[in-house]
Design a protein around this ligand. Structure first.
Ligand SMILES: [Zn+2]
Length: 346
């Protein structure tokens, strides 16, 4: 019997290898024509229009972005998400298959603000070859949090070359009202890219915005019941600063803004002091980050005689698993609101 030809190995994989090699050996094929990388950390606005006939093939980097693209694009788009449930976008490294997926798409949408740390250079290079959009382009800089909370220099509204886009905290979806606003930029991008369906994109956006603003209000009300002195949210890394600002909680991450940073002993000891002093009843792990540090923290607090529990698992940088209520952006945020409220209100 003749073995079936493995089409992937014979044709597609070498082709991918070639694409991959081309991208990295010649970082942008247009380099020789002196096409510079954008001076802003965000891609140039899209000027192309969609010429295809079927649904627009869109690759989204993370689930929160994919959810927004699907909600606004509706029946006119087909969305592939690269970082699935539990995958940490800070550490996600693209393979040549991912590069091929990007290059085969009609449009690429990513979160931006260096969330996709290891993808950033590739995305900027791809911006010379594919239409590409960062959701951060739709966020007014005045809503962005600087990386260090001690630095509150206000950004200039509407200035997309502002340094704030290079340094801001990327976890903006954790404030549902900001994410609702950011959707407007994506709806405008899709409307420009595919003008004949612009009315649908705008209508879908308004429906999505309404749902998100109702969810934002639900979150505010649900978390309002936590006692003032116990409004302290300790999680695995600094993903909840927008959340804390929007829903009035002091937030402390064991690791920094990116999961690449290490938690120091001094940081852990400082958190133990805080949790014991404020009698905080619970701390939380995140589904895309190892729970190791949080276990050390709980043991440290208990050794000081304060009973503290693990309040549950939150979804910070990825959606929850498929077939669970947290598998959509709205479900994920609702899960976070419910889990935090249940563990911190006594
Ligand atoms: Zn993060």
């Amino acid at each position: 019997m003749v073995a079936p030809i493995n089409l992937f190995r014979v044709v597609i994989a070498p082709a991918n290898f070639l694409l991959w090699g081309l991208l990295w050996l010649f970082p942008c094929s247009g380099c020789r024509d002196a096409t510079p990388l954008p001076s802003s950390p965000l891609p140039h606005p899209i000027t192309e229009t969609y010429e295809g006939t079927g649904p627009i093939q869109i690759v989204a980097t993370v689930g929160m972005v994919g959810d927004m693209v699907q909600a606004i694009g509706g029946e006119h788009v087909q969305v592939t998400v690269l970082c699935g449930p539990g995958v940490d976008p800070h550490l996600f490294k693209p393979t040549r298959d991912h590069v091929a997926q990007f290059l085969a798409s009609d449009l690429i949408v990513y979160a931006g603000l260096h969330l996709e740390g290891k993808l950033n250079d590739l995305l900027l290079r791809l911006s010379h070859q594919r239409p590409i959009y960062a959701v951060a382009q739709g966020i007014d800089p005045k809503y962005l949090l600087p990386p260090d909370s001690s630095d509150h220099a206000p950004a200039k509204a509407g200035d997309v070359s502002s340094e704030i886009y290079n340094t801001a905290d990327p976890h903006a979806w954790m404030d549902v009202a900001i994410w609702a606003e950011a959707g407007r930029g994506l709806a405008d991008c899709l409307s420009r890219f595919d003008p004949q369906n612009a009315a649908d994109y705008q209508a879908n956006y308004l429906a999505y915005q309404r749902q998100l603003l109702a969810l934002h209000e639900f979150g505010q009300q649900r978390l309002a019941k936590i006692k003032l002195e116990q409004r302290i949210l300790v999680t695995s890394h600094d993903a909840f600063r927008y959340f804390g600002r929007a829903y009035n909680l002091r937030v402390e991450g064991v690791q920094g803004l990116s999961t690449e940073s290490e938690a120091g002993l001094q940081r852990l000891n400082g958190l133990v002091d805080l949790l014991v002093a404020k009698r905080v009843p619970a701390v939380f792990v995140e589904s895309s980050v190892s729970a190791k540090n949080m276990q050390a923290l709980i043991e440290g607090v208990q050794a000081r005689g304060h009973q503290i529990s693990l309040g549950g698992e939150l979804h910070a940088d990825s959606l929850g698993p498929a077939n669970t209520s947290a598998s959509t952006y709205q479900g994920m945020m609702r899960h976070n609101f419910e889990t935090i409220a249940a563990a911190l209100e006594e």
